[in-house]
Design a protein around this ligand. Structure first.
Ligand SMILES: [Zn+2]
Length: 267
């Protein structure tokens, strides 16, 4: 019985140079599967290459919601603190379409109203719908990032009939998280859950068959200032055992079943 990280960024510049050590640490902590998420064509290529040489890594191909309108944001002079190669919406979607067959999941994709100005929300939605359609066409699970636009993302997913969906690092209200779980979607809890009240409450109160573990590494480490990595899901599993008043083996068994239900694969 293994542990797994359903949302990692092993190709992030902070992790990539020491990725073999990061994977060894994960293995030592009992992690058997790491779903590494791509953000744009260049990053998707890196995820793909890593997964090809490290079987513990499963490739999720995506188009980060901010990246989908990055060119337009630049043209508008909107400030965005990330150095990514800007590609057109068409280019980003085409990459995912061309490689969907070999994807373990499609993600991360979604809607972001925090960085993206409202004038670009329609354009962002259009790309999101195109990516969801690709996932549905290929019967792939979807990994969602959304910020400030959770309700709208749920409306679109419902309308399009997407069922195998994981909401990563859900930042909306806990009440909406429960509504999402009742719809049959999953929510993955990051490794900072112990020091984050909303994630603690989600872990405690969401239906247990709808919870998964993730890290979003290198972000959201268990301790402030620490660099996150997939090995940290072991700490979240221990925390879940405390909250659920059960053994860690029971948590692992539960998470394994949930993983299989969403991804249609053994962890
Ligand atoms: Zn992410």
């Amino acid at each position: 019985m293994g542990l797994f990280d359903v949302h990692a960024h092993l190709t992030h510049p902070e992790l990539a140079p020491r990725v073999d050590d990061v994977i060894a640490n994960a293995r030592a902590a009992g992690v058997t599967t790491i779903v590494s998420n791509g953000l744009n064509p260049t990053d998707n290529e890196a995820v793909r290459a890593l997964a090809a040489r490290a079987p513990i890594v499963k490739p999720a191909f995506g188009f980060y919601p901010v990246d989908t309108v990055l060119r337009e944001m630049e043209a508008m002079g909107v400030d965005y603190p990330r150095d990514v190669p800007p590609v057109s919406a068409e280019e980003g979607v085409a990459w995912v379409r061309d490689h969907a067959r070999e994807a373990f999941a499609i993600g991360e994709i979604g809607l972001d109203g925090y960085w993206v100005p409202e004038a670009l929300w329609d354009a962002q939605e259009k790309v999101f719908r195109a990516l969801v359609a690709i996932a549905l066409e290929h019967d792939k699970p979807i990994i969602i990032h959304t910020r400030k636009r959770e309700r709208r993302a749920l409306e679109i997913l419902d309308e399009m009939g997407a069922k195998r969906v994981d909401w990563h690092c859900f930042g909306g209200r806990v009440k909406l998280a429960r509504e999402i779980a009742d719809r049959g979607h999953w929510l993955s809890i990051p490794a900072n859950a112990r020091r984050n009240e909303a994630f603690t409450r989600m872990l405690e109160t969401l239906p247990r068959d709808k919870v998964l573990l993730e890290t979003d590494c290198p972000y959201l480490a268990p301790e402030p200032g620490q660099r996150s990595e997939p090995a940290h899901v072991a700490g979240t599993a221990a925390f879940a055992a405390e909250l659920w008043k059960c053994s860690e083996d029971e948590v692992r068994a539960r998470m394994s079943d949930n993983f299989a239900a969403l991804f249609g694969a053994a962890p």
